[in-house]
Design a protein around this ligand. Structure first.
Ligand code: NDP
Ligand code: MG
Length: 391
């Protein structure tokens, strides 16, 4: 089959690393168009050299000369600044991995969507931030959105087994994170080190903290709603500490289709990379006899208020999910910086959302600029509320 051109946005991150690993194993099928990073010049240049990328972009504008030096003697063109990341996404590649972390990934993802590329979407924050119009815009441009997040990839695969009209509900699983069995008072005081110890998945820092607070599952409920046009009532969360079943779809005849796999992001990414075909994934195979037991429990909304807030944001709509995401990004950064306790993350999100519901001039978001402006307002509000929440 023909060689496909691919671009990886956020190539130096955890998802980027898994993606490059799969590409490394299938050199004859893929050619790298563009790679991007935020500030890690060394890792970006190394990958650009290894894969002979045509374009390498670094978001930090002060790093352009360092990037050029590191790529001297190669044919890789270099760019820097946010515009260069967008340019990387806009360059002609058949397939784009959107794996920048945070709302910063929105404009680059839209640049790939607008030219009708196949976009493997790892960056859930951009969908949560711009959910009102993201999928519509993809449909208009003829872009194919392939969910790379493991739960949504599972739903995408399970949905293929039935008629969308007969769907009753979807279920996304959650490991429950490191604090699943902790007393609320201990969760309140949890340290950064404790929050970064995820039981199953190895991921970037922000999403690992989101997993500990279950804000990640909240973001994923919102992500599922926008990706598959589901109401909040059609989306259930099920705690499944082994992280083997990632998502399930229930149809009207009560058949429930599930997707299983080891907790390894290369599996859903391989599905996105190969789609509509299948490619060879990681070598380790799922050994259920060895795992022995798969267990399930209902999520504890009282212990993990971030999950409850996600449903509230979804029911409120019109930018509320943008506020939820923005306030969470501010809260996580403050927690990492030691400014707030772990338990204050959800409190800051709730206070920011409540303030916005009380005072906000709410309307459906229709453009990236709309989403980014609500995002900025929410960030400022969250920053302003931070001192009183920190007490
Ligand atoms: P990482 O923090 O590991 O990597 C983030 C990547 O984005 C890096 O390449 C980083 O560059 C780059 N980046 C960060 N900020 C900016 C910016 N402002 N402008 C341009 N580039 C930037 O994150 P993950 O790989 O863990 O996550 C990426 C996305 O995928 C997130 O949205 C996350 O929610 C989602 N996701 C991740 C999963 C996982 O298993 N890790 C699972 C499911 C979804 P640099 O290296 O230079 O800092
Ligand atoms: Mg996930």
């Amino acid at each position: 089959s023909a060689v496909r051109s691919v671009t990886v946005l956020g190539a130096t991150g955890s998802i980027g690393d898994s993606t490059m690993d799969l590409l490394r194993g299938a050199r004859d099928r893929y050619r790298v168009e563009a790679l991007t990073a935020n500030s890690n010049v060394e890792a970006l240049a190394k990958l650009a050299r290894e894969f002979g990328a045509r374009f390498a972009a670094i978001a930090d504008p002060t790093k352009l000369s360092a990037l050029k030096d590191a790529l001297a003697g190669t044919r890789t063109e270099c760019g820097a600044g946010e515009s260069a990341i967008i340019e990387a996404a806009a360059r002609p590649a058949d397939w784009v991995m959107a794996a920048v972390s945070g709302a910063a990934g929105l404009k680059p993802a839209l640049a790939a969507v607008d030219r009708g590329a196949s976009v493997a979407l790892a960056n859930k924050e951009c969908l949560v931030c711009a959910g009102d119009f993201f999928m519509e815009r993809a449909a208009k441009a003829g872009a194919c959105i392939l969910p790379a997040d493991s739960e949504h990839n599972a739903l995408f695969q399970a949905l293929a087994s039935g008629d969308r009209a007969e769907l009753v509900r979807v279920i996304i699983t959650a490991s429950g994170g490191p604090f699943r069995t902790w007393a609320p008072a201990d969760i309140e005081q949890a340290t950064l080190e404790q929050a970064l110890k995820h039981p199953n998945w190895s991921m970037g820092q922000k999403i690992t903290i989101d997993s500990a607070s279950m804000m990640n599952k909240g973001l994923e409920v919102i992500e599922a709603s926008y990706l598959f046009a589901l109401t909040p009532d059609e989306i259930d969360v099920l705690v499944h500490p082994q992280s083997i079943i990632h998502g399930m779809v229930e149809f009207s005849d009560r058949s429930v289709m599930a997707q299983l796999g080891a907790p390894d992001m290369r599996i859903p990414i391989a599905h996105c990379l190969g789609w509509p075909d299948r490619i060879v994934g990681p070598s380790a195979r799922l050994d259920l006899a060895k795992i022995g037991q798969l267990t399930f429990e209902a999520p504890d909304f009282a212990r993990f208020p971030g999950l409850r807030l996600a449903y509230e944001a979804l029911r409120t709509g019109k930018g509320a999910t943008t506020v939820y995401n923005a306030a969470n990004e501010v809260a996580v950064a403050a927690f990492i910086a030691g400014k707030i306790k772990f338990g204050a993350i959800a409190r800051l999100v709730e206070a920011t959302m409540n303030d916005w519901i009380r005072t906000g001039n709410r309307a459906p978001l229709v453009s990236a600029d709309d989403a980014i402006s609500v995002d900025h307002v929410a960030r400022n509000k969250a920053a302003a509320l931070l001192p009183q929440i920190a007490l």
